[in-house]
Design a binder for this molecule. Structure first.
Ligand SMILES: [Zn+2]
Ligand SMILES: [Zn+2]
Length: 143
């Protein structure tokens, strides 16, 4: 376990954060919720234990929206830039890869590929929904 830290920020810089250590897993989410909220075809995620993420500036400038109890989506109230999503029940935080550009992004899998609108031929496993250990089916789909 590394104790290396990486700094990140929202689009305008009002919100600053630091992640420390190694993310539990990195990959791409193709689910409708991520696509609709981000207005993009896919979300590059890095999942961290809650304690690994520290807001170092602008904590009171973070907006929050939970369409479902499972995902509390956070953004900067000044620039509207997305910063991270809390998954409180699981005790994990998804810091979007684009928010922490200095951290090497090494994706291991694609999730919710059954909802994809952008097929990606990178040789990584494409899960229908989530890994079994995260409550999903664990089933893989063709690229
Ligand atoms: Zn901002
Ligand atoms: Zn998603």
């Amino acid at each position: 376990m590394s104790d290396r830290s990486y700094d990140g920020s929202c689009f305008c810089g009002a919100v600053q954060l630091t992640v420390t250590g190694e993310p539990a897993v990195m990959g791409y989410c193709h689910c409708e919720s991520c696509r609709h909220w981000s207005a993009g075809p896919v979300n590059a995620f890095t999942l961290w234990p809650k304690d690994a993420v520290r807001i170092t500036q602008g904590g009171d400038n973070i907006g929050s929206y939970a369409k479902t109890e499972g995902s509390h989506r956070k953004w900067c109230k000044t620039c509207g830039g997305h910063v991270f999503t809390e998954h409180p029940a699981a005790g994990i935080i998804d810091v979007y890869s684009a928010v922490i550009p200095d951290m090497p992004f090494t994706p291991k899998l694609h999730v919710f590929y059954e909802e994809t609108v952008l097929r990606i031929h990178d040789g990584l496993v494409k899960l229908k929904d989530l890994p079994a250990e995260m409550g999903g089916s664990g089933d893989a789909l063709p690229e």
